[in-house]
Design a protein around this ligand. Structure first.
Ligand code: CO
Length: 151
């Protein structure tokens, strides 16, 4: 387990589309563990693999300080409903924040590090984090979606 360097705005990795994970090996497990370490060290609630320079469809989320930890490999939105707006920031965009509109509820299908398929139904801030992190996998940053600078 190790803390990795978080790439910042201006690094083109953040703007590229990440590739599907096809190998569910020990490297994937190490990457996921490192991503959790990196996220918690930075006091974040989510982190996507492109943010540590890895162009693979992997993200991690924990909005309660590690009590509930989500590892999302090849995540896909199955259903989205409602909207909510709230202030966001991003570990790759230090000093920036702004209000973004996100789905209120999400159903997401994803694999875990072992390749097992899971279905997650999330709402509220967890849904915001899922949406924000999944955007990273397509090179989309929250700053692209900001509707106002403050709430
Ligand atoms: Co982010």
């Amino acid at each position: 387990m190790a803390v990795r360097e978080i790439v910042k705005l201006g690094d083109e990795t953040l703007r590229m589309k990440a590739k599907e994970v096809t190998e569910f090996d020990s490297h994937l497990g190490v990457l996921i563990d490192d991503m959790f370490d990196t996220m918690f060290k930075a006091d974040g609630v989510g982190l996507a693999a492109p943010q540590v320079g890895i162009l693979r469809r992997v993200c991690v989320v924990s909005v309660d300080g590690g009590i509930t930890k989500y590892e999302l490999v090849n995540p896909v939105i199955v259903k989205a409903s409602g909207t909510q707006r709230g202030a966001e920031g991003c570990l790759s965009c230090p000093g920036k924040s702004g209000v973004v509109v996100r789905p209120k509820k999400l159903t997401v299908q994803a694999q875990n590090r072992y390749g097992e398929t899971k279905l997650y139904k999330v709402d509220g801030f967890t849904a915001v984090a899922f949406s924000h992190e999944m955007d990273h996998l397509d090179g989309v940053l929250f700053i692209d979606k900001v509707i106002s600078e403050d709430d």
